[in-house]
Design a protein around this ligand. Sequence first.
Ligand SMILES: NC(=O)C1=CN([C@@H]2O[C@H](COP(=O)(O)OP(=O)(O)OC[C@H]3O[C@@H](n4cnc5c(N)ncnc54)[C@H](O)[C@@H]3O)[C@@H](O)[C@H]2O)C=CC1
Ligand SMILES: O=C(O)C(=O)Cc1ccc(O)cc1
Length: 306
Amino acid sequence: MSRIYDRVALIGLGLIASSMFWAIKRAGLAGEVTGYARSEATRETARRIGLCDRVCDSAREAVEGADLVVLCVPVGAMGAVAEEIAPVLKPGATVTDVGSVKRDVIQSVHPHIPPGVHFVPAHPLAGTEHSGPESGFAELFDNRWCLLVPVEGTDPDAVARLRALWEGMGSNVDEMEADHHDLVLAVTSHTPHLIAYTMVGVADDLRRVTDSEVIKYSAAGFRDFTRIAASDPTMWRDVFLTNKDATLEILGRFTEELFALQRAIRTGNGELLHDYFTRTRAIRRGIIDAGQDTDAPDFGRAKAKS
Ligand SMILES: NC(=O)C1=CN([C@@H]2O[C@H](COP(=O)(O)OP(=O)(O)OC[C@H]3O[C@@H](n4cnc5c(N)ncnc54)[C@H](O)[C@@H]3O)[C@@H](O)[C@H]2O)C=CC1
Ligand SMILES: O=C(O)C(=O)Cc1ccc(O)cc1
């Protein structure tokens, strides 16, 4: 893979930025990669582990001369960072982000982008429950989707170049409109995270009754919830505050369905429960057949097809 940008600047050196750095280096997609993190401790860690070719002590220093600037901070901090770097953005450069919410990021970042600089919002649908500069790895984006959410009138060449970067980092790339993105992600990621946080919170509330049995006898379902509920609190606080409408819409539907299932349990309506679980099982099999679950073990595929 050949070089796509001469200079890339990563602002916020956590899971996503560090994974981008290693993925960019793996494929030789950029000349120099600079980085900036707000805390001195993070910058020191980055220097120690060789994360970024040059770690800078200010966001402006990292951004100066960059052809691509990637905002990798929590969604609620995107606007302030964009405002801070705006005066030093190079004419013709592209600013992008990796935020989990798109409408709010566009509204807070776009007004700060000077004329002659391109803005192409993006969202890699790949992550883990870990955060910080040491959590990244080059393979994070392999065979995962990255959604580009360009605002109307964006230079197609700037979009094509960013697409090439994400493809070079191993992703499949699609384009999507911002509100649609936020609704889809409310269903597939944001509400599920909220449910996981809630379920682990409920288990914790019950701790006095169950002692440590909840942890000791954790079955796979609860373990999955605890993994997700270990995700970064700042990042997820910002996701819910900025994707409020879509999350509330999906939560409303979720609670309606939950009450229907609750009623079926209370009234002993086994047929309803069985029909419901049959429908949801088909959805899981559809995901596996479409090759969308790259984590699924092979026996899962074999079973799904039988
Ligand atoms: N963690 C995940 O699984 C995924 C996260 N995202 C998005 O990527 C972005 C970054 O997430 P992660 O890398 O996971 O977070 P992280 O917590 O690992 O790293 C965030 C970095 O931003 C810095 N930061 C926080 N506030 C800042 C501010 N006001 N100014 C400058 N730096 C600041 C932190 O010190 C840290 O270095 C978020 O917007 C998140 O929504 C997107 C896809 C997956
Ligand atoms: O770890 C998980 O289960 C995830 O769901 C990762 C993830 C978190 C946030 C995103 O915006 C995209 C992907």
